[in-house]
Design a protein around this ligand. Structure first.
Ligand code: PDD
Length: 296
């Protein structure tokens, strides 16, 4: 259906080493208890931070969001205590001058299974760096599947319980598509792992922050760039019936950056087709490229 899968990252491999509960361990020897609440209940959160040429991008924003998520689910942990370890993960993995990302996962920890939060429990902290393709996004386009947004009502919390996201994305993947656009009550919210923007008559639309989307860091960068570039912007959700007037659609995310949407499939029908990347998407991609390649 599509010539190349643009979002697909290099063949996933296990990292050699992970940082688990305060120490660096060969990943083959890194184990977590079967009574960890992440395993039993999906009781945890995660964060993914990009590093361009080995340099962090928006590190503070990522750690702020991690702290927000920890606070929201009442895990007592200082997200910023991981800052140095993130940098160490990148250098230990040899990504001094290459593009990569750092994955962090924090679960509530190990305890006999209960639906309430146990007291005096030590969080389980996992962190590792992995290679990521963070270039060439400006030459690609994505084909997406429009799916019902079946997620919970706290999508601002980057929960490790991703069943609704992965079920939707698996369907897209099985159709040879790259991502989903999720629709809740007729309104586009975001992708299964990306934020989404629409351009309609030179105005950019994106879902407002709140419980129905993740507050994307790349989304935030786009909003800043729109202001700097004097582009018209509305943080307003777009209804699926408004799609006919939409000129451009693009996805954003840490490992996706800014990806133009070529086509949209809904119930086996193509409801959107733009074989070229639009003008505003192009302008934002150029500005974003300047930003990431000027990191020091
Ligand atoms: N996904 N929306 C959802 C549901 C996401 O999972 C993500 C990120 C985004 C984009 O956020 P950001 O610009 O901060 O990456 C939006 C990550 C990368 C993941 O799940 O791997």
């Amino acid at each position: 259906m599509i010539s190349a899968n643009p979002i697909l990252q290099p063949k996933k491999t296990f990292p050699k080493e992970v940082f688990l509960n305060g120490e660096w361990i060969n990943s083959e020897k890194a184990f977590v208890s079967v009574f960890d609440r992440g395993f039993l209940l999906g009781d945890g959160i995660y964060e993914v931070t990009p590093f361009y040429d080995g340099k962090p991008f928006r590190l503070k924003d990522h750690l702020d969001r991690l702290q927000h998520c920890l606070n929201e689910i009442q895990i007592e942990f200082d997200a910023f205590s991981l800052q140095e370890i993130m940098l160490e993960a990148v250098s230990r993995s040899g990504f001094f001058q290459s593009d990569c990302a750092v994955y962090i996962q924090i679960t509530r920890g190990v305890a006999p299974r209960t639906h309430f939060f146990p007291e005096q429990i030590q969080p389980t902290v996992l962190l590792y760096a992995f290679p990521a393709v963070l270039n060439g996004f400006e030459n690609k386009q994505a084909s997406v599947l429009v799916s019902e947004d079946l997620r919970w009502h706290r999508c601002d919390v980057k929960s490790i319980s991703l069943m609704a996201n992965i079920k939707a994305n698996n369907q897209a993947h099985s159709l040879g598509l790259d991502e989903n656009l999720l629709v809740r009550d007729g309104f586009f919210t975001e992708g299964s792992h990306t934020s989404v923007f629409f351009v309609k008559k030179h105005r950019i639309f994106t879902h407002p922050e709140g419980p129905h989307i993740l507050s994307g860091i790349t989304r935030k960068v786009i909003l800043e760039m729109c202001r700097e570039m004097d582009l018209e912007l509305s943080e307003k959700a777009l209804h699926i019936n408004e799609l006919k007037d939409v000129d451009e659609v693009f996805l954003t995310g840490t490992t996706t950056q800014i990806l133009s949407v070529k086509s949209m499939l809904l119930n086996e029908k193509e409801i959107f087709n733009r074989p070229e990347t639009g003008e505003i998407t192009r302008q934002l991609q150029e500005a974003f490229l300047k930003l990431i390649r000027s990191l020091s």
